[in-house]
Design a protein around this ligand. Structure first.
Ligand code: AP5
Ligand code: MG
Length: 216
């Protein structure tokens, strides 16, 4: 049976950072809805242009297109063993849709690590983030700088600051998260799938806590 892990948490909590590490140590694919939208934008697809109009405002992209994009992605062969879902689901409608689509793959959501951190930390993390152009590898100017300024350690591509990482947009994204995504915390807690992770710890400590939750 495939394994599906849903990473839940506010913008800047460290979902992408942890998903990239976990994907390396498991046989699970890293599926990030934000990265998929950014990839679409890079390729100038209609979906990419539509997504950008919401992302720039710090708002969520509509459920229907987001759900379809994720369904297509997790149908691909590299997700046969399952996936680490980073940034999806983000609304109750997306969570219900996910449950339905996983039935088709004979799977279910197995664990929901919920990474938390206070708002001032989230803003500091997002506003100092640098992202690699080629594959979305994640850095931070203070907490995790690339070895050579401006260049990704892994693939040598340029690193850039996301348009939606401006302080005002991050604040808006946090508000949207509280309004639209927070209900999922209770939803997964009631389902007995939530594992609360203290995201204020160092990256390695967060990973340790995640791996311990996975073992259980
Ligand atoms: P998305 O790309 O998913 O952004 P997000 O959820 O706002 O989360 P972030 O990527 O900002 O944070 P993260 O938790 O991944 O943190 P990271 O590891 O990078 O979504 C962007 C937009 O796309 C949305 O606003 C929306 O418009 C749209 N969208 C996406 N999914 C959608 C959906 N399902 N439905 C509708 N719309 C959707 O870390 C942040 C920084 O902190 C980095 O610099 C990192 O190096 C650093 N850091 C990480 N961990 C630590 C640590 N432990 N200590 C110190 N620094 C750390
Ligand atoms: Mg991310």
């Amino acid at each position: 049976m495939p394994t599906y892990i849903v990473l839940l948490g506010p913008p800047g909590a460290g979902k992408g950072t942890q998903a990239q590490i976990l994907a390396k140590s498991t046989n699970l694919a890293h599926v990030s809805s934000g990265d998929l939208f950014r990839e679409n934008l890079k390729n100038q697809t209609e979906l990419g242009k539509l997504a950008k109009s919401f992302m720039d405002k710090g708002e969520l992209v509509p459920d229907d297109v987001t759900i379809k994009m994720i369904r297509d992605r997790i149908s691909r062969p590299d997700c046969e063993a399952g996936a680490i879902l980073d940034g999806f689901p983000r609304t109750p409608a997306q969570a219900t849709a996910l449950e339905r689509m996983l039935l088709d793959f004979k799977g279910e959501v197995n664990l929901v690590p919920y990474i938390t951190a206070a708002e001032n930390i989230l803003v500091e993390r997002a506003s100092g983030r640098w992202t690699c152009r080629a594959h979305g590898h994640i850095y931070h100017e203070k907490f995790n700088p690339p070895k050579q300024a401006g260049v990704c350690d892994v693939d040598g591509s340029e690193v850039y600051q996301r348009d939606d990482d401006k302080v005002e947009t991050v604040a808006k994204r946090i508000r949207v998260y509280l309004e639209q995504t927070m209900p999922l915390v209770d939803y997964y807690r009631k389902a007995g799938k939530l594992a609360e992770i203290d995201g204020t710890q160092a990256v390695e400590q967060v990973t340790k806590q995640m791996l311990a939750a996975l073992k259980k």
